[in-house]
Every structure is written in structure tokens, then in C-alpha cells.
Design a protein around this ligand. Structure first.
Ligand code: IMP
Length: 195
């Protein structure tokens, strides 16, 4: 079976393909499918947004589709930026501006604990769907560290790894990350469907 992946983010694609390797005949990004679109994330939760994106790609391609939605939840900010993580500093979806605004808003915070959450949805043309979740805990440090990854990775310190996600290799991050965990949970769901 072929699977459409509802993203053009090359980092996300690498992470998704590394973990789903061998599960599908081929995995095609929006670019591979000739789709130059931005799907509006109007849901109130990560799960709703993942389902909105996957269903739209099923509608446009007629193929099974996978979408993920991720948020960074910071305890001192009552869970913000959460579902608004991509647009925290404005509609431009500027990762650097988002990180800078978060560091500014945490300047006087007594706690810096945070977690990433991911919801993954796989939707099929017949309307059936599967949803999985993943979470990783850590804290927001007060300066950027590391050149790897994307988004909030360089300011998210993982106690499990003893470094930021920006300093981690792709393998280290995938082994414990929100998206890695959600994808492995999805693999288990897909396997249980076949059995
Ligand atoms: P979305 O899932 O693409 O909507 O991402 C929401 C926001 O979280 C964007 O600002 C992304 O850059 C950021 N983000 C998504 N996944 C990760 C990750 O694995 N590490 C760091 N930031 C991420």
C-alpha cells in the first residue's frame, strides 16, 4: 500500500520515513504528489488537527494519508504555545521568532518544565482512521544549543539525553521523541490491524 504524508517539512519526513521504513510500498510527500498547499489547522487539539490534515490529503489524492500535529506545552505558560506552537510569534510560522518569543516570555519564570506532544492520524479513503499519541518531557533552557533538528529543538533540553534536541543526532532524538513515540505507537496499531 502507498501512503501519502501530509507534510513538506524535510526534517519531519526524514523522521517519519526512518520509523515507518518497510511498512508501506512507498511514502510520498506533498511535494512528491505535486500538491502545493497549506492546510489550515483549525482544530482545538493536536488530534483534531492531525485528522483535518490527513482527511484533506485523502480527499485530494484518494490515497491513505498520514498527518502529524505537534505542540510544545510549557507549564509556566499554562500549556502555551500548545496547538498554536507553529504560529506563536505570528502567522509567518517563523521558527526562530517563535523560539525568541518563548525565551522572552520565560525570562522571569520560576519553572521551565515543558513537554512536546504529537498526535498522528492515518486516514483511509473508506473513512476508517487510526490515531496515536506520543509525549516527551524536558525543559526550556535560556539560550539556543545545537544546530540539529528544527522548530524548538535547540531550546528543549532532554534530561533523558542530557542535551538539547538540537545537539542530538537524528537517531538519539527519534529514540525518545514525541514523534518517534507516536509513530511507533502507530506502527503497533497498523500491525494489530493486519494480525
Ligand atoms: P506542526 O506539527 O508542524 O504544526 O508544528 C507545530 C510547531 O512545533 C512548529 O513551530 C514546529 O516547528 C514545531 N515542531 C514540530 N515538531 C517539532 C520537533 O520535533 N521539534 C521541535 N519543534 C517541533
Amino acid at each position: 500500500m502507498k501512503l501519502a504524508i501530509a507534510t513538506n517539512n524535510k526534517h519531519k519526513l526524514q523522521e517519519i520515513k526512518a520509523i515507518l521504513d518497510g511498512k508501506f510500498e512507498s511514502m510520498l510527500s506533498l511535494g512528491d504528489l505535486g500538491l502545493d498547499i497549506e492546510i489550515e489547522e483549525t482544530g482545538a487539539t493536536l488530534e483534531e488537527n492531525a485528522l483535518i490534515k490527513a482527511r484533506e490529503i485523502v480527499r485530494l489524492t484518494g490515497m491513505p494519508a498520514l498527518a502529524d500535529d505537534t505542540g510544545l506545552m510549557v507549564d509556566a505558560l499554562d500549556g502555551a504555545p500548545g496547538v498554536y506552537s507553529a504560529r506563536y510569534a505570528g502567522e509567518a510560522h517563523d521558527d526562530k521568532a517563535n523560539r525568541q518569543l518563548l525565551l522572552k516570555n520565560l525570562q522571569n519564570a520560576s519553572s521551565r518544565s515543558a513537554h512536546f506532544g504529537t498526535a498522528i492520524a492515518v486516514c483511509y479513503p473508506d473513512g476508517k482512521y487510526l490515531v496515536s499519541h506520543g509525549r516527551v518531557d524536558g525543559r526550556i533552557i535560556d539560550e539556543e544549543r545545537g544546530e540539529n533538528g528544527f522548530g524548538y529543538d535547540s531550546i528543549f533540553f532532554s534530561d533523558e539525553l542530557g542535551k538539547t534536541f538540537g545537539e542530538a543526532t537524528a537517531e538519539e532524538k527519534n529514540a525518545i521523541s514525541h514523534r518517534g513515540r507516536a509513530l511507533r505507537a502507530m506502527v503497533a496499531l497498523l500491525n494489530s490491524q493486519i494480525d
